[in-house]
Design a protein around this ligand. Structure first.
Ligand code: ATP
Length: 221
């Protein structure tokens, strides 16, 4: 639930302004709009990676805006999988090591079943585990590694920023199938920014933004 605006520096007008939004658990929410309309900024606000200039972001009983940076990082690790528009992979590491990166923050040796899950996820998105460093993969393959990584801990909230932008039609469909099936079957909240109609059309609700403002909300029939 949010009621917020976001501005950067001394800009006169906020780059994103949203009066109120309630998202029930398990919602499949699409975010659409032209380039620069504030879609990525919305995901950053919802995950606590950015703090609103005004207003707050609540997930259940947790008000992200009242948490310290460290507490917010901890909350995000436990609750959010984030597929970044530019992937945020570590180029010199192998695909499997990238998928297991979130496990590195938990301070224990990576258990065999988690390694197996990472392997299964890579297999599911169609990236073989025996590839070298991700820097040598195509953009589409890197995008699929980023998708697998976001699913590692089966987070209750999945935020996906243009998750199919670098994929061909078949791979895009396959990855969208994985994201939406996972959300539906496990009642996960999926919030997906996309220009891709095959992704947006799968969403139960769609927010349309322009110039940082919410233009319309549409609901699937
Ligand atoms: N750190 C920043 N400092 C200043 N302005 C920023 C910053 N980050 C984003 N903006 C501005 O905020 C606006 C919204 O950016 P945002 O990336 O959220 O848009 P978007 O709809 O996701 O765009 P795209 O579809 O191209 O990814 C843009 O005008 C952008 O230049």
């Amino acid at each position: 639930m949010i009621d917020l605006s976001l501005g950067f520096g001394k800009q006169a007008a906020p780059i994103l302004s949203l009066p109120h939004l309630a998202i029930a658990p398990g919602t499949l929410l699409g975010v659409a709009g032209p380039s620069g309309s504030g879609k990525s900024s919305l995901l950053y606000l919802l995950s606590g990676l950015l703090r609103p200039t005004k207003g707050s972001v609540h997930w259940g009983d947790t008000d992200l805006t009242s948490l310290s940076e460290g507490a917010c990082d901890g909350w995000r690790r436990r609750h959010v999988g984030f597929i970044f528009q530019d992937f945020h992979l570590i180029g010199e590491l192998a695909p499997l090591e990238n998928v297991l990166l979130p496990a590195g923050f938990h301070g224990w040796r990576i258990p065999a079943d988690l390694r197996k899950r990472a392997t299964t996820l890579l297999d599911l998105v169609g990236v073989p585990t025996n590839r070298g460093s991700v820097a040598d993969l195509s953009r589409g393959e890197q995008q699929r590694v980023a998708i697998a990584r976001a699913l590692l801990f089966d987070p209750p909230i999945l935020l996906a920023d243009e998750p199919t932008a670098s994929l061909d039609a078949v791979a895009a469909d396959n990855c969208a199938d994985i994201l939406f099936a996972n959300a539906r079957e496990n009642n996960r909240t999926l919030i997906v920014v996309s220009h891709d109609h095959t992704v947006i059309d799968r969403c139960a609700r769609v927010l349309h933004f322009d110039k940082g403002r919410l233009l319309t909300k549409t609901e699937a029939a």
